[in-house]
Design a protein around this ligand. Sequence first.
Ligand SMILES: NC(=O)C1=CN([C@@H]2O[C@H](COP(=O)(O)OP(=O)(O)OC[C@H]3O[C@@H](n4cnc5c(N)ncnc54)[C@H](O)[C@@H]3O)[C@@H](O)[C@H]2O)C=CC1
Ligand SMILES: O=C(O)CCC(=O)C(=O)O
Length: 446
Amino acid sequence: MYADLSLERFMEGLKKRNPGESEFHQAVFEVAASVIPYIQDNPRYRDAAILQRMTEPDRTIVFRVVWEDDDGNIRVNRGYRVQFNNAIGPYKGGLRFHPSVNLSILKFLGFEQTFKNSLTTLPMGAGKGGADFNPKGKSDREVMRFCQSFMTELWTHIGADVDIPAGDIGVGAREISYMFGQYKRLAKEFTGVLTGKALEFGGSLIRTEATGYGNAFFMQEMLAHRGEGMKDKTCVVSGSGNVAIYCAEKIRQLGGKVVTLSDSSGFIHDPNGIDESKLEWVKDLKVKRRGRISEYAEMFGCEFHEGKPWGVPCDLAFPCATQNELCTEGVSQLIANGCMAVSEGANMPTTVEAIDMLAEAGVMYGPGKAANAGGVAVSGLEMTQNSIRLAWTAEELESRLEQIMVGIHRQCVQYGQEGDHVNYVKGANIAGFLKVADAMLAYGVI
Ligand SMILES: NC(=O)C1=CN([C@@H]2O[C@H](COP(=O)(O)OP(=O)(O)OC[C@H]3O[C@@H](n4cnc5c(N)ncnc54)[C@H](O)[C@@H]3O)[C@@H](O)[C@H]2O)C=CC1
Ligand SMILES: O=C(O)CCC(=O)C(=O)O
């Protein structure tokens, strides 16, 4: 039935079934372009319609979230959980609170998570969720009321062996704590149902740092594969949230110099480098005071510009803010300035056309599903610690994280080697696909 599986026909069908979901189309296209040729060579996946099944979420839960703001107004938001695929473990993936959240964005994120979680080699399926709620400018009590209302609806759909949400954009330690407290109250149980918890109630050391650290480790592996290192490299990082901050921290520890950070209003350029004490100041600014990155320029006397940081000359680039933040214009600037490699801390930050340009120019490119998998990997280790009721040390966890990132790089090389260079997109997609696809084949037609 699927003998004529071609990329064009496959995408045509997908778009027809999921009209208007441009981010989801983009994420699937990027995977299908490398996986379909592999499936053609291995018809057992084609005949079992594995890719068709993998692009349809197991289920999607959509619900109303009502809460009261500090002025007594009744507010209504929309909450979601997309349980994408549990072939190799319980659904696992973050929650995003941002006004742009919709089904297309959550389906793209859930789909990417399927491959990412598989690459970690840990037993985790894939899910993603969130709400079109904007925590920016809200008081702690408003955020608490929102989180409690959100969890009141979500809690029956999740569980430590069913679906384990975590953080993403707009969901950090504060939000996870409010949601965990409400789950515990409703379910009358204390289990590892969320990851990213505080250390006092089942959280893991290194989880806060994991995505950013892992991204720097992945870049280090790409560089080492070419006989290069991070030392003295000038690095452009976008974002100034959880991923960006800890990516910058690890780059610095590995000997690189970070010269930018950004947020939705613009970027700071600090040619002297963002050292440890400046980074501690940024953590306080973003996590405690919840201020804007432009304040950095006032504090440390450097430049603030509107727009994106890709025009700042660099050796290495780390997009760590959000989807489609690195387009053809930004990539042209990176190439013109001699950038050697891009490693994605964010999910799908680079557009399809921009990825093609990087490949043509011979710039190494680590896609998010490989390069930012360190966060969910340490979430997996948090689940393990919750199950065995023990807590590992920071050294043990960071060493495990680094080994997982080395292993992901190795899988990319194994499936992505093309002549004398590595196609990391192809490598990550095929390696991530195989484990899930083989599990689905083993289960028969379900
Ligand atoms: N937190 C985690 O463990 C993981 C996060 N990611 C991805 O990393 C990226 C960043 O997430 P976090 O740092 O956790 O979130 P966060 O909420 O801590 O920070 C988000 C950052 O992105 C910036 N941003 C958001 N929307 C923007 C826009 N439209 N234009 C420019 N900047 C924008 C914000 O100003 C902020 O600096 C996202 O793509 C997320 O999906 C990926 C893997 C794991
Ligand atoms: O830690 C997790 O479960 C989720 C991390 C995440 O949302 C991601 O990898 O994009």
